[in-house]
Design a protein. Structure first.
Length: 222
């Protein structure tokens, strides 16, 4: 399928969906690796489609997952302190964080490269009320892994057991994702670092430091 790029669409390398601690953490990591990104406030549970211009049947909402173990005061203090540092970093480095701009639909588009020997290019179109963002990668934060699997199954995507690898092949990454409880702040930061390095390795394949990041994996998704 050939995709038509909207003339007023914004182009970026990565769109991070969710402007909370996980989203700011991965945006900060991308900034450190010299990868441009736009952070939107969330995904409003609307459908998205894969390699199609039509809305799909799956839907996703990135609302906060409940913690079954009930975080204690120390955990909340740690989270708030990390969030404060991340917000300061975002402000001082002028990260593009759009706190009042949610995504309303995601389309994964395919485009055959001019030279047949080149692989098919995939591009995400992130629709918002303010316009369309085009990105090579998207990062979802604080969405349920089981919900994500159901959504992909509804769209006819067979992903097997290795969810992380299947999503990365689509240019989709997860940060702050768990099955029943939200990951701890330290785990979120670890996931953000892994994702930041993995995307950087794609953008800067000759960077030796970024290349080593491909050996990382999410303990929460194992």
């Amino acid at each position: 399928m050939q995709f038509m790029l909207a003339p007023d669409a914004e182009r970026t390398t990565t769109v991070v969906i969710g402007a909370g601690m996980p989203g700011l953490a991965v945006a900060s990591e991308l900034c450190r690796h010299g990868v441009d990104a736009i952070v939107v406030s969330g995904l409003n549970g609307f459908p998205f489609s894969i390699e199609s211009g039509q809305p799909g049947t799956g839907s996703l909402n990135t609302g906060k997952l409940p913690r079954c173990d009930g975080p204690d005061a120390a955990s909340l203090q740690e989270r708030n302190e990390i969030l404060r540092h991340l917000r300061n970093y975002a402000a001082s480095h002028h990260l593009d964080v759009r706190n009042t701009t949610p995504a309303v639909r995601l389309d994964l588009l395919a485009h055959q490269q001019p030279l047949k020997q080149k692989p098919e290019q995939k591009l995400w179109a992130i629709h918002t009320e303010q316009g369309v963002l085009l990105a090579d990668n998207i990062v979802l934060t604080r969405c349920g892994q089981s919900q994500l699997r159901r959504m992909l199954a509804d769209l006819g995507i067979a992903i097997g057991q290795n969810l992380t690898s299947a999503l990365r092949a689509m240019g989709m990454y997860l940060v702050g994702v768990g099955e029943l409880v939200s990951p701890t702040p330290k785990e979120v930061l670890r996931q953000a670092k892994v994702v930041g390095q993995a995307i950087s390795a794609k953008v800067h394949p000759d960077n030796a430091l970024a290349g080593r990041a491909l050996t990382g994996s999410f303990a929460a998704l194992a």
